[in-house]
Structures are given as structure tokens and as C-alpha cells.
Design a protein around this ligand. Structure first.
Ligand SMILES: [Zn+2]
Length: 290
């Protein structure tokens, strides 16, 4: 990507190296849960990130109407390192695209960079969960070490693969603003576990498609995209498909337990966004290809 020298967002909170204010919030995964996951991981040999990915899908669409905790008043500074600046440029470019497509009423989300664990209005969360969006405080939470995990363990390197991850979480913010997240949460309350998972998959695939919509505009209007970038993104979408992660962790595949979609589905919807640049093309809920 040609990102250096581009505008960085003012909406980045750099909390790296600070740690959470306290441990054990509501809605997120408490320390007990983390220890449990690490213990299960230790005894089974399953990657804790894989184990926690399933929790992540649930967490991302937490009810947005619940009362929020006061936001942590951590001092925030702009990142001065390359990866932090990169995240700021990607976020800024999603702001430009979303305002263009959704109108001036679009409210920017904030991006919190952290290491290890973080406190949000959704509770205290370990970075083992992976990047997530908290609808209660409109913030995306990202431990940049996830990008090492992607390139080294999951075989998905590259700056556009990283940008896709950020844009996917911004996609959840858009779903929150549009009321989609709330509707899905309401439907999930009355649904069986299997139906609830299917709804989660549709949410996730739509976020992938929205990420693609951003990529389309970053290329066409601001020339940020270099040859090979979109392929990096599609490789990443494939790498984090539920079928692949399940195969990696336990050797078998159980589609009814998927919360994010298969490699094929994730690539299909990311590609649809990249090709069309149109959020209306991202209707995963009625499109009968699902
Ligand atoms: Zn997601």
C-alpha cells in the first residue's frame, strides 16, 4: 500500500504498554476466563487465539443499548512508530470513505491500540481474543501483535491484510450506526444456538464486504493500493475462515458452530465489496448465496 505521508486519523488512542485500569469487567472475558482458555489451550495444544475467536464473534455484536461504563480516561497520544501510524492512516481513510458513502452524519469510531489486555465499555479483554469492536463505546480495539500472528501462524502477511482487519472492525461500527447490530442481537435472543450462529456469520460476512467497499475507494479515489494488495486481503480472509481455523485446531469441521463464515464465504464477500465499492451490494441477510 502507498500509505506513507497520508493523513493520520485524530481518533487513535495509543494505550500500548499501559495495561487495563482494572481486571474483570462485565460483558468481556474476565481474568478467570482467560486463565481457563489458556489452560485448555495448554492441555489440548489448541492455539488460544483460535479458541477465543469464537468468543470474539459473540462479543462484537453485544447489545448496544445496554448502559455503558464510563470510558477510561487514559491519556491518549498519536502513535510515533510505523505500525501505529499505518493504523492511523487506514482509519483516516475509512473515515473519508464512510463520510462519502453514508453522509456527513457518519460518526467516526475511535481506534484503541493496546498490548496484552484492555478495558472497554464491553469489559476487560485479553488480546488473545483478537481485534474487536465494542458497540457500547464505538471503539475498535487492536493489539498490533495480532498482525504477527496473522503473518507467522496463519500465513497471511502484508499491509493490506492488516488494513482489511481494521476495515472489518470499522464495518462493525457501520453496522452499529445503521441499527443492523441491534436487530441481529434481538433476533439472536429468540433464536436457537444454530440460528444465532448463522446470524453471526451474516454479520461477519457483511463486515468483510464493507471492508472491501473501503478498499475499492482507497484504490480508485486515493490510489493507496498497489498491485498484489487485494490478493493479500483475500488471502487473509481465507486464512481466518472458520473451516480453516477449525481444521488447524482440531482437525475437523463443524459448520453449525461457525460464527464468522468459511474461507470461501469470507473471500466471496470481501471480493464483492472490493469489486463493487457499493455497501448495498453487501446485503448478506437476504442474498440467497448464503
Ligand atoms: Zn468481525
Amino acid at each position: 500500500m502507498r500509505w506513507e505521508g497520508q493523513r493520520e486519523s485524530d481518533n487513535v488512542e495509543d494505550r500500548r504498554g499501559m495495561g487495563p485500569a482494572r481486571v474483570g469487567g462485565v460483558g468481556g472475558l474476565g481474568l478467570g476466563g482467560i486463565v481457563l482458555v489458556l489452560a485448555v489451550s495448554y492441555f489440548t495444544g489448541i492455539n488460544p487465539v483460535t479458541l477465543l475467536n469464537m468468543l470474539n464473534g459473540v462479543q462484537e455484536i453485544t447489545d448496544s443499548s445496554a448502559p455503558s461504563e464510563p470510558a477510561p480516561t487514559a491519556p491518549a497520544g498519536s502513535p510515533s512508530d510505523k505500525l501505529g501510524k499505518f493504523a492511523g492512516v487506514v482509519l483516516a481513510d475509512t473515515e473519508t470513505t464512510c463520510r462519502q458513502l453514508l453522509g456527513p452524519q457518519y460518526e467516526d469510531p475511535r481506534l484503541v491500540l493496546f498490548t496484552g489486555a484492555v478495558q472497554s465499555a464491553c469489559g476487560t479483554t485479553s488480546s488473545a481474543v483478537g481485534p474487536f469492536y465494542c458497540p457500547r463505546d464505538h471503539k475498535v480495539y487492536l493489539d498490533l501483535s495480532f498482525f504477527n500472528e496473522m503473518s507467522q501462524r496463519l500465513g497471511a502477511p502484508g499491509d493490506f491484510a492488516q488494513a482489511y482487519v481494521i476495515a472489518h472492525e470499522v464495518g462493525h461500527h457501520v453496522q452499529n450506526l445503521m441499527g443492523i447490530a441491534e436487530k441481529v442481537t434481538r433476533l439472536q435472543r429468540q433464536a436457537s444456538e444454530r440460528e444465532g450462529n448463522a446470524l453471526s456469520v451474516k454479520m461477519e460476512l457483511q463486515a468483510d464486504c464493507f471492508a472491501g467497499v473501503w478498499g475499492h475507494h482507497a484504490k480508485r479515489e486515493r490510489n493507496l493500493i498497489e498491485p498484489g494488495d487485494f490478493e493479500e486481503g483475500l488471502r487473509a480472509a481465507s486464512a481466518i475462515g472458520d473451516d480453516r481455523l477449525q481444521k488447524m485446531s482440531r482437525g475437523s469441521v463443524q459448520p453449525e458452530s461457525w460464527t464468522h463464515g468459511s474461507s470461501e464465504q469470507r473471500m466471496t464477500w470481501l471480493r464483492k465489496g472490493l469489486e463493487t465499492g457499493d455497501p448495498k451490494a453487501c446485503d448478506t441477510f437476504t442474498n440467497n448465496r448464503l
